[in-house]
Design a binder for this molecule. Structure first.
Ligand code: GRF
Length: 207
Protein backbone atom coordinates (compact mmCIF):
# COMPACT_ATOMS: atom_id res chain seq x y z
CA UNK A 1 0.00 0.00 0.00
CA UNK A 2 1.31 3.46 -0.90
CA UNK A 3 0.22 6.13 1.54
CA UNK A 4 -0.09 9.61 0.05
CA UNK A 5 -0.72 13.07 1.47
CA UNK A 6 -2.27 15.55 -0.98
CA UNK A 7 -1.49 19.26 -0.54
CA UNK A 8 -4.11 21.60 -1.97
CA UNK A 9 -5.09 25.28 -2.06
CA UNK A 10 -8.12 25.46 -4.33
CA UNK A 11 -11.22 23.71 -5.64
CA UNK A 12 -9.67 20.24 -5.56
CA UNK A 13 -10.61 18.86 -8.98
CA UNK A 14 -7.21 17.15 -9.23
CA UNK A 15 -7.74 15.69 -5.75
CA UNK A 16 -11.18 14.54 -6.91
CA UNK A 17 -9.62 12.74 -9.86
CA UNK A 18 -7.34 10.80 -7.48
CA UNK A 19 -10.28 9.96 -5.19
CA UNK A 20 -12.41 8.83 -8.15
CA UNK A 21 -9.68 6.54 -9.53
CA UNK A 22 -9.12 4.96 -6.11
CA UNK A 23 -12.86 4.45 -5.64
CA UNK A 24 -13.41 2.98 -9.13
CA UNK A 25 -10.53 0.56 -8.51
CA UNK A 26 -8.32 1.74 -11.36
CA UNK A 27 -5.75 3.28 -8.98
CA UNK A 28 -4.72 0.31 -6.85
CA UNK A 29 -2.85 0.01 -3.55
CA UNK A 30 -2.91 3.76 -2.96
CA UNK A 31 -4.42 5.34 0.16
CA UNK A 32 -4.93 9.07 0.78
CA UNK A 33 -3.84 9.44 4.43
CA UNK A 34 -4.76 13.14 4.53
CA UNK A 35 -5.50 16.25 2.52
CA UNK A 36 -3.74 19.37 3.81
CA UNK A 37 -4.55 22.90 2.68
CA UNK A 38 -3.06 26.29 3.51
CA UNK A 39 -6.50 27.75 2.72
CA UNK A 40 -9.31 27.03 5.18
CA UNK A 41 -11.90 27.80 2.46
CA UNK A 42 -10.43 25.42 -0.09
CA UNK A 43 -13.15 23.41 -1.82
CA UNK A 44 -10.67 20.53 -1.79
CA UNK A 45 -11.14 20.19 1.99
CA UNK A 46 -14.89 19.68 1.49
CA UNK A 47 -14.21 17.06 -1.16
CA UNK A 48 -11.97 15.21 1.29
CA UNK A 49 -14.56 15.39 4.06
CA UNK A 50 -17.26 14.07 1.71
CA UNK A 51 -15.11 10.99 1.11
CA UNK A 52 -14.18 10.43 4.75
CA UNK A 53 -10.57 11.51 4.21
CA UNK A 54 -8.72 13.42 6.96
CA UNK A 55 -8.75 17.08 5.93
CA UNK A 56 -6.49 19.55 7.71
CA UNK A 57 -5.88 23.24 7.31
CA UNK A 58 -2.36 24.44 8.08
CA UNK A 59 -2.57 28.15 7.41
CA UNK A 60 0.22 30.73 7.73
CA UNK A 61 -2.38 32.93 9.47
CA UNK A 62 -2.38 30.51 12.40
CA UNK A 63 1.37 30.81 13.06
CA UNK A 64 3.43 33.65 14.48
CA UNK A 65 5.83 33.72 11.54
CA UNK A 66 6.93 31.85 8.40
CA UNK A 67 9.41 29.50 10.08
CA UNK A 68 6.72 28.52 12.58
CA UNK A 69 4.25 27.83 9.76
CA UNK A 70 6.80 25.77 7.86
CA UNK A 71 7.54 23.74 10.99
CA UNK A 72 3.81 23.20 11.47
CA UNK A 73 3.38 22.06 7.88
CA UNK A 74 6.30 19.64 8.14
CA UNK A 75 4.92 18.20 11.40
CA UNK A 76 1.42 17.79 9.90
CA UNK A 77 2.92 15.91 6.94
CA UNK A 78 5.29 13.78 9.04
CA UNK A 79 2.47 12.81 11.38
CA UNK A 80 0.82 11.10 8.38
CA UNK A 81 4.01 9.15 7.52
CA UNK A 82 3.38 9.40 3.76
CA UNK A 83 5.31 7.43 1.14
CA UNK A 84 4.52 10.16 -1.37
CA UNK A 85 3.45 13.82 -1.20
CA UNK A 86 1.22 15.02 -4.06
CA UNK A 87 0.92 18.76 -4.78
CA UNK A 88 -2.46 19.27 -6.46
CA UNK A 89 -2.80 22.98 -6.96
CA UNK A 90 -0.79 23.80 -3.83
CA UNK A 91 0.15 27.47 -4.07
CA UNK A 92 2.59 27.69 -1.17
CA UNK A 93 6.33 27.50 -1.90
CA UNK A 94 7.34 24.24 -0.27
CA UNK A 95 9.92 24.70 2.50
CA UNK A 96 13.40 23.41 1.63
CA UNK A 97 13.36 21.13 4.68
CA UNK A 98 10.31 19.26 3.35
CA UNK A 99 11.90 18.94 -0.10
CA UNK A 100 15.08 17.50 1.38
CA UNK A 101 13.29 15.17 3.84
CA UNK A 102 11.08 13.84 1.02
CA UNK A 103 13.64 13.87 -1.80
CA UNK A 104 12.17 12.25 -4.95
CA UNK A 105 8.92 11.59 -3.04
CA UNK A 106 7.06 14.79 -3.92
CA UNK A 107 5.20 15.25 -7.23
CA UNK A 108 3.38 18.22 -8.72
CA UNK A 109 0.87 18.74 -11.53
CA UNK A 110 1.61 21.76 -13.71
CA UNK A 111 -0.84 22.97 -16.38
CA UNK A 112 1.60 23.30 -19.28
CA UNK A 113 4.15 21.23 -21.20
CA UNK A 114 7.23 22.04 -19.11
CA UNK A 115 9.63 23.79 -19.91
CA UNK A 116 7.06 26.08 -21.53
CA UNK A 117 5.05 28.48 -19.39
CA UNK A 118 6.43 27.45 -16.02
CA UNK A 119 8.58 28.82 -13.24
CA UNK A 120 8.00 31.67 -10.83
CA UNK A 121 4.60 33.33 -11.24
CA UNK A 122 3.28 30.70 -13.68
CA UNK A 123 0.32 29.08 -11.95
CA UNK A 124 -3.43 28.73 -12.49
CA UNK A 125 -5.00 30.91 -15.18
CA UNK A 126 -1.79 32.88 -15.82
CA UNK A 127 -0.27 29.81 -17.49
CA UNK A 128 -3.08 29.65 -20.03
CA UNK A 129 -3.13 33.42 -20.59
CA UNK A 130 0.56 33.27 -21.54
CA UNK A 131 0.06 30.27 -23.84
CA UNK A 132 -2.73 32.10 -25.67
CA UNK A 133 -0.68 35.30 -25.82
CA UNK A 134 2.26 33.38 -27.36
CA UNK A 135 -0.04 31.76 -29.88
CA UNK A 136 1.07 28.16 -29.30
CA UNK A 137 -1.15 25.59 -31.02
CA UNK A 138 -0.61 22.88 -28.42
CA UNK A 139 -0.32 23.05 -24.66
CA UNK A 140 -1.01 20.41 -22.01
CA UNK A 141 0.01 19.31 -18.53
CA UNK A 142 3.05 17.85 -16.83
CA UNK A 143 3.54 15.75 -13.71
CA UNK A 144 7.06 16.11 -12.32
CA UNK A 145 9.07 15.44 -9.20
CA UNK A 146 9.56 18.50 -7.01
CA UNK A 147 13.10 19.67 -6.36
CA UNK A 148 14.50 22.93 -4.96
CA UNK A 149 13.55 24.87 -8.07
CA UNK A 150 10.14 25.96 -9.40
CA UNK A 151 8.76 23.33 -11.83
CA UNK A 152 12.33 22.11 -12.49
CA UNK A 153 12.26 18.52 -11.17
CA UNK A 154 12.43 15.37 -13.33
CA UNK A 155 9.40 15.06 -15.63
CA UNK A 156 7.29 11.93 -15.11
CA UNK A 157 4.37 12.25 -17.57
CA UNK A 158 3.11 14.82 -20.06
CA UNK A 159 -0.03 15.01 -22.18
CA UNK A 160 -0.70 17.44 -25.05
CA UNK A 161 -3.95 19.35 -25.46
CA UNK A 162 -4.96 21.27 -28.61
CA UNK A 163 -5.64 25.00 -28.41
CA UNK A 164 -8.72 26.04 -30.41
CA UNK A 165 -9.19 29.37 -32.25
CA UNK A 166 -11.71 30.93 -29.86
CA UNK A 167 -10.23 29.66 -26.61
CA UNK A 168 -10.35 31.95 -23.61
CA UNK A 169 -7.98 31.25 -20.71
CA UNK A 170 -10.87 29.80 -18.73
CA UNK A 171 -12.04 27.47 -21.53
CA UNK A 172 -8.47 26.35 -22.17
CA UNK A 173 -7.81 25.75 -18.45
CA UNK A 174 -10.88 23.53 -18.23
CA UNK A 175 -9.86 21.50 -21.29
CA UNK A 176 -6.32 21.04 -19.95
CA UNK A 177 -7.72 19.88 -16.61
CA UNK A 178 -10.25 17.48 -18.18
CA UNK A 179 -8.03 16.05 -20.91
CA UNK A 180 -4.66 16.12 -19.20
CA UNK A 181 -4.39 16.93 -15.48
CA UNK A 182 -7.12 14.65 -14.22
CA UNK A 183 -5.70 11.79 -16.32
CA UNK A 184 -1.99 12.29 -15.65
CA UNK A 185 -1.94 12.79 -11.89
CA UNK A 186 -3.63 9.49 -10.92
CA UNK A 187 -1.60 7.72 -13.63
CA UNK A 188 1.68 9.07 -12.24
CA UNK A 189 0.73 8.07 -8.70
CA UNK A 190 -0.08 4.56 -9.94
CA UNK A 191 3.27 4.25 -11.72
CA UNK A 192 5.16 5.37 -8.61
CA UNK A 193 3.11 3.06 -6.37
CA UNK A 194 3.99 0.18 -8.71
CA UNK A 195 7.70 1.07 -8.49
CA UNK A 196 7.86 1.75 -12.22
CA UNK A 197 9.46 5.21 -12.13
CA UNK A 198 13.24 5.45 -11.99
CA UNK A 199 15.17 8.72 -11.85
CA UNK A 200 18.46 8.84 -13.81
CA UNK A 201 20.46 12.04 -14.40
CA UNK A 202 17.50 14.28 -13.58
CA UNK A 203 15.28 12.45 -16.06
CA UNK A 204 12.87 9.60 -15.44
CA UNK A 205 12.66 6.15 -16.96
CA UNK A 206 9.19 4.57 -16.83
CA UNK A 207 9.39 0.78 -16.80
C1 GRF B 1 -5.09 23.64 -11.64
O1 GRF B 1 -5.14 24.69 -12.56
C2 GRF B 1 -3.78 22.93 -11.76
O2 GRF B 1 -3.30 22.93 -13.07
C3 GRF B 1 -2.87 23.73 -10.92
O3 GRF B 1 -3.67 24.28 -9.89
C4 GRF B 1 -5.03 24.17 -10.23
C5 GRF B 1 -5.61 23.19 -9.24
O4 GRF B 1 -6.92 23.05 -9.47
N1 GRF B 1 -1.82 22.92 -10.41
P1 GRF B 1 -7.74 22.09 -8.47
O5 GRF B 1 -7.64 22.70 -7.10
O6 GRF B 1 -7.10 20.73 -8.52
O7 GRF B 1 -9.12 22.10 -9.04
Amino acid sequence: MTDIVVLVSGGGTNLQAIIDRIEDGSLKDVRIKAVISNNKNAGALERANKHGIDALCVSPADYKDRPDFEEGLLKAINDMTPDLIVLAGFLVVLPKQIISEYKNRIINIHPSLIPSFCGKGFYGLKVHEEALKRGVKVTGATVHFVDEGTDTGPIILQKAVEILPDDTPEVLQRRVMEQAEWVLLPEAIGLIAAGRVEIKDRRTVIR
